[in-house]
Write a protein that binds this ligand. Sequence first.
Ligand code: CAO
Length: 538
Amino acid sequence: MAQTQVTVPDLGGIDEVEVIEISVAQGDAVNEEDTILVLESDKATMEVPAPNAGTISDILVKVGDTVSSGTPVVMMDGAGDSSSSVVEASAQETVEEKAEPVIQTQEVAPSNGSGESQEIPVHVPDLGGVDNVEVIELAAKEGEELAAEDSLLVLESDKATMEVPIPQDGKLVSFHVKVGDTVSQGDLVATILASSGAASTENKPTEVPAQAPAPQTVPAKSAASAPIAKEPVTSVTTTSNKGVHAGPAVRKLARELGVPLDQVSSTGPRGRILKEDLQAFVKQRVNNPVAAGPAQVVGSDEDFSRFGPTESVPLNKIKQVTAKNMVQSWSTIPQVTQFDEADITELETYRKGAMQSQLPDGVKVSPLAFIMKACAMALKAFPQFNASLGPQGQTLIQKQYYNIGVAVDTPDGLLVPVVKDADQKGVIELAKGSAELAAKARDKKLPMDAMAGGTFTISSLGGIGGTSFTPIVTAPQVAILGVSKAQMKPVWNGKEFEPRLMLPLSMSYDHRVIDGAEAARFTRYLCELLTDTRNMLL
Ligand code: CAO
């Protein structure tokens, strides 16, 4: 079978680059131009694509390795033909031959060598044959003192992002382009004032305009063999940087700081993450670790089809948002669940019997409405349950309104509409209110504000079954009540076992705010209210 040895193409004078991502696994089938791995120098990220379709038979490098032009990186068995780079045995040479230089050797700006400051024009360097590249960021301010290699501006083609650095220490006098302009090789982009003595004393005539050092990344001319820089590059530290729009310098800094770029809000053009965005993110994390941005949902990138057939089903927005909220709440709230059982024998006798004649037409009352009423009362009696932790955990914000969220299972996923001012409503009104909201949630007619402002949540699985579960407290709330299916149980009354209808309650709470004993008292209180509904009248 044809074997291809894929090597690092000509890096145009850059000695070593780091392997920051291996995008394939041994045994993977790849198509021509699929990314095999991603390389990064201090200024550029580039992909090495498959030169042809085939199967990865061996991976010769690992993440973190440094490689140079010609380093073999992957072996492929493959379905190549003569038009691709698949060559039996001597594939390496073929690949190298086809590789286009993508990173040019750095040239240093000329100087008069006299030690005096000198204005030097900076032009767009060789872009490897690509014209009309857009200026997407001015990375320095006019008047700013910069060190050689600091980024002046960032250019972007459809495949590559490249930084144009200042060729030597100096002051940026002026830009000659603005964001949105398109430029080509040789276009004047900036004028700098070289610092005295900073310029090189190369034998170049002083009147020759400076060319900026190498374009940091240039799109490959030959897609089959040359690396292509691409914006979404996964970093070494985390796979969460996939799909993120950021330049090499920002990515490098993010790796050094251990910042997952996909959690950083961008303020740059087209959603590009700037250095300042990274700084703002770090500052926020340092100052307010608890209130940090939404947690990341880490999925698996394992290829399960190796073990059997699979189907990848897209998750809708509700499920994706729920997943993020759950990760956030679960990972930031130290939570404990208190279990108890309420004897609702009398409550159910009343609900199914005498109460029925009291109900307006069309209104159905399930145990949930009684549980909501009992919760509203218990929240008043235990205000720390109707609260949120203040900034840095230094205060407890106790709310004097009682808005109870009710988890509703809909075909699209979990929604939690809120019954406002539950403490001011009777059981029938609560039943009507929650049923209306649940119907709207299932019909996708729930207004956004119907889910806002909850102070406590009930998740009732009682209509389905189960004996108990551990609901997740949803920040910024501090408690959630899980309700399971009531069952007849033999209960010892001191003389004998009596059949009683027992309702299992699972009360999860934020242990930073609520102590175990308080949780036990709260849950017991709820049970007492439900056991003898006359307690609700007191
Ligand atoms: N024990 C025994 N029976 C119960 C019960 C309980 N705890 N709770 C409800 N029932 C009964 C009801 O009385 C009703 O019986 P009838 O049909 O004989 O009248 C039946 O179960 C179905 O009730 P329901 O589920 O339709 O109504 P509800 O008021 O109890 O609940 C709602 C409404 C919206 C909460 C519910 O439909 C729902 O969506 N539950 C799922 C919530 C969820 O997904 N939670 C998990 C979130 S992740 O933490």
